[in-house]
Design a protein around this ligand. Structure first.
Ligand code: SF4
Ligand code: SF4
Length: 484
């Protein structure tokens, strides 16, 4: 509500040229923005916190009406671009309350039947009958789930257990025993997910997954030719046919499948083929991920990783395909969504960053916690098995005690990263994954993911200003497999 006796001041804004004489006005302090024409901008700039609204109206007499002034003020106020008098600035970081981590990532095995070039887990070869230290024991898995439930229940928070690896199906007996142990548990209290390469899936697995309402994420990088460049078996054979067979099997059993795509120089220009593949397979929740400098990925990343411009090219192409597809389907369930784009959209339009990897501090040790096969605890799966990030072991100390030490990587703050502290887009962006930043071999400024965000955020804002279907990038009712 605007009163003529109010004294309003415009927050500090940065301006960017748009089409048709409009300027994009962004407030770096609170991440709010508005498209304004030249007159509106000059009028807004005359709000200095000292003159009353009546005095501003009088100074513009003969040029704009009182209604036009108050309408603009209402819009600026609604967008959070005004402060009363000379008020203090908004905080740099959005922040979030520390809490019990709802997502536990259990690395059930260090073994994998594939040998993908970019594997950050450096998964090793399966050894028939010799699982030994490579597999998580049932006792360890149950101890983890019990402790997570004990942490989350008092907060009425659901625990999600994500079976990860290596290839978790190689330790299917333990996975099945954990799920059987909690059979009948209310899904609002505990649910399970599995991230798999899908190449070992059988009808029995698919039926078990369906019967236990388990969400599935599958890794796939493109059509056969593209996927098989990096996702190969240990004998050097392609995996595409078996991945597609696995996804098709799951779909035949009515299981909803999400997909994780690692973006490399070999697939970033293949978004048309990738999108067509997802449409054909009935995959609707997708995560496009950059190469991560861990394990084998660290050795190969320099050869594979994309520049910010190339990442942007891939995401922009996928976004355009998503918008066209989602505008053409009849129901929200038929929509396709890409996780980073969806949550970046939420940060830009809704504020209040919610996704753990697009928030500061991030979710490491707060929303998620990860476990190596022997029960070693890490604040996030991307830190497994780096000794310097090990918090302790679930068999030696209570999880609550270990999490209390998780402040290191999780406590990133935008103001700690010099280029983020002064960045126009900082509140919408929230910085990049601290593990990605710390381990990137080319940790120059700007980091490739930072360069990508500096391009992607204004691109999305321009889409929204042109009203090109922001709602088609937001909620589609899908729940993604929660792998970081
Ligand atoms: S990561 Fe880059 S774009 Fe994001 S806030 Fe930091 S400097 Fe800005
Ligand atoms: S993946 Fe990175 S940003 Fe996401 S929760 Fe883990 S450490 Fe934080």
């Amino acid at each position: 509500m605007i009163a003529l006796t109010d004294r309003w001041a415009l927050r500090p804004l940065e301006l960017f040229a748009l089409d048709e004489g409009l300027k994009l006005a962004v407030c770096p302090e609170n991440g709010r923005w508005l498209a304004l024409d030249e007159t509106a901008l000059r009028l807004a700039a005359s709000l200095d916190g000292q003159r009353t609204v009546q005095e501003v109206v009088d100074s513009w007499a003969g040029t704009v009406t009182r209604e036009q002034v108050t309408d603009l003020l209402s819009l600026l106020l609604q967008q959070g671009l005004l402060v009363q008098g000379r008020d203090s600035a908004a905080p740099v970081t959005a922040g979030c309350a520390a809490g019990s981590p709802g997502l536990g990532v259990l690395n059930l095995t260090r073994q994998c039947n594939l040998a993908c070039t970019y594997c950050y887990a450096s998964a090793c070869q399966p050894a028939a009958g010799q699982h030994g230290a490579d597999h998580m024991a049932l006792e360890t898995a149950l101890a983890i789930v019990e402790q997570m439930l004990a942490l989350n229940r008092p907060h009425h928070k659901r625990t999600t257990i994500l079976f990860h690896g290596g290839e978790p199906l190689l330790n299917f007996d333990v996975m099945a025993a954990v799920v059987a142990h909690y059979a009948g548990q209310d899904a609002r209290d505990l649910r399970f997910e599995v991230q798999t390469n899908a190449t070992l899936l059988t009808s029995e697995h698919a039926e078990w997954i369906r019967a236990n309402h388990i969400s599935v994420g599958v890794s796939i990088d493109g059509d056969e030719q593209t996927n098989d460049i990096h996702r190969r078996t240990r004998a050097g054979l392609g995996s595409f046919e078996r991945i597609v067979a696995g996804i098709s099997l799951l779909r035949a059993y009515g299981v909803r499948v999400g997909a994780i795509v690692v973006l490399t120089r070999d697939n970033y220009r293949e978004m048309d083929a990738l999108f067509a593949l997802f449409r054909r397979l009935g995959v609707r929740a997708v995560s496009l991920n950059p190469v991560f400098y861990g394990g084998r990925g660290a050795n190969n990343a320099l050869r594979l990783e994309l520049t910010g411009e190339q990442l942007f090219e891939a995401y922009r192409a996928f976004t355009q395909l998503t918008l066209a597809h989602n505008a053409s389907v009849a129901t929200a369930e038929q929509r396709i969504e890409e996780r980073q784009t969806k949550y970046l959209t939420r940060n830009i339009l809704v504020g209040e960053p919610s996704y753990m990897c697009l928030r500061t501090p991030c979710g490491a040790g707060r929303d998620t916690v990860a476990f190596d096969v022997n029960g070693d605890v890490y604040a996030c799966d991307v830190f497994v098995p780096q000794a310097q990030h090990r918090l302790g072991n679930i068999h030696e100390q209570p999880l609550a005690t270990l999490l209390a030490q998780a402040s290191g990587a999780a406590a990133r703050s935008l103001s700690d990263v010099p280029e983020c502290a002064v960045c126009t887009w900082r509140v919408m962006c929230q910085g990049i994954c601290p593990a990605h930043r710390a381990t990137a071999a080319n940790a120059t400024v700007p980091h490739a993911e930072c360069d990508f965000r500096r391009r992607m955020i204004p691109y999305l804002i321009r889409l929204f200003i042109a009203q090109q279907g922001a709602q088609f990038l937001l909620d589609s009712g899908l729940e993604q497999v929660a792998a970081p």
